[in-house]
Design a protein around this ligand. Structure first.
Ligand SMILES: NC(=O)c1ccc[n+]([C@@H]2O[C@H](COP(=O)([O-])OP(=O)(O)OC[C@H]3O[C@@H](n4cnc5c(N)ncnc54)[C@H](O)[C@@H]3O)[C@@H](O)[C@H]2O)c1
Length: 255
């Protein structure tokens, strides 16, 4: 898919990996719906940054754990830019609680923001793409924890594991519509979700030592994978996950 003048939604798009994805796609000529739930000023700043690149974007406040809000994002893409070609299910949260300590509310929130949002985001985006009739891309930002257990973060692992099967199953179901569904599984990335580790030198040194490439990723190093997956070069990739993890999943050091 040549990216110029395509239209993408990026959920959780005003910070971290989502922001880097919005900028990467905008640089390639994609018009962007930036979803956000907090920090409208950051969204405004990102819209200005995209405009400076010669791109177009609109910020839309939408809580992706609500189906009506996901529909609002697709409606904004269609009313603002006439269509939707790329859905990036990026929004995510974690609680860092063990299986023994996780409350029903924490469980529900992690599942809804990470997994329910990706499920219904896929469904609602795919319906719009099918209506248009010329295919599309759905890119789920999962994690190495779609596969790799992380004690003390059980609900998050469960949600990302669910996204793994969403990617594979929806990829098969939607293939006949030429809608490709792919996961991107980052390792540790320097973003707000990891502030507690980044602000603790001992924890950060332990993490860096466990990563074969010796450091966390920059958000742009995940965004460039998404840029590839959205484009022509990835036309035969579906129902699978690309891991961008600096080798950590296969590291013998461990955390
Ligand atoms: N940073 C990492 O090390 C890492 C590793 C693997 C996977 N990931 C995944 O990457 C994605 C982006 O995370 P990040 O690292 O950029 O952190 P981040 O905290 O900057 O991004 C998460 C975004 O999701 C948004 N969000 C939270 N709840 C929402 C809701 N209900 N509706 C809409 N948006 C909501 C947040 O406001 C934020 O913009 C997440 O899915 C995360 O699980 C991150």
């Amino acid at each position: 898919m040549a990216l110029k003048d395509k239209v993408a939604i990026v959920t959780g798009g005003n910070s971290g990996i989502g922001k880097a994805i919005a900028l990467e796609l905008a640089r390639q000529g994609v018009r962007i719906v930036i979803d956000y739930v907090v920090d409208p000023a950051a969204t405004d700043a990102l819209e200005r940054q995209i405009a400076e690149l010669g791109g177009k974007s609109i910020g839309v406040e939408a809580d992706v754990s609500k189906i009506a809000d996901l529909q609002k994002l697709v409606d904004a893409a269609v009313s603002g830019f006439s269509r939707l070609d790329i859905m990036v299910n990026n929004a995510g949260i974690e609680t860092r609680t063990s299986v023994l300590d996780t409350t029903e509310a924490q469980y529900g929130k992690v599942m809804d923001v990470n997994l329910k949002s990706a499920f219904f985001g896929t469904q609602i985006a795919a319906k719009q793409m099918i209506k248009q009739g010329d295919g599309g891309r759905i890119i789920n930002i999962t994690s190495v924890h779609e596969d790799w257990p992380m004690p003390g973060n059980t609900a998050y692992c469960l949600a990302k594991g669910g996204m793994r099967m969403l990617t594979r199953t929806a990829g098969l179901e939607l293939a006949s519509h030429n809608i490709l569904v792919v996961g991107v599984g980052p390792g540790a990335v320097a973003t707000p979700i990891n502030l507690s580790t980044m602000n603790d030198p001992a924890k950060l040194a332990q993490l860096d030592a466990a990563i074969p490439l010796g450091r966390m990723a920059r958000p742009e190093e995940i965004a460039s994978v998404v840029g590839f997956l959205a484009g022509d070069g990835a036309s035969y990739l579906t129902a699978t996950t690309i891991f961008a993890d600096g080798g950590i999943m296969h590291s013998s050091v461990g955390l």
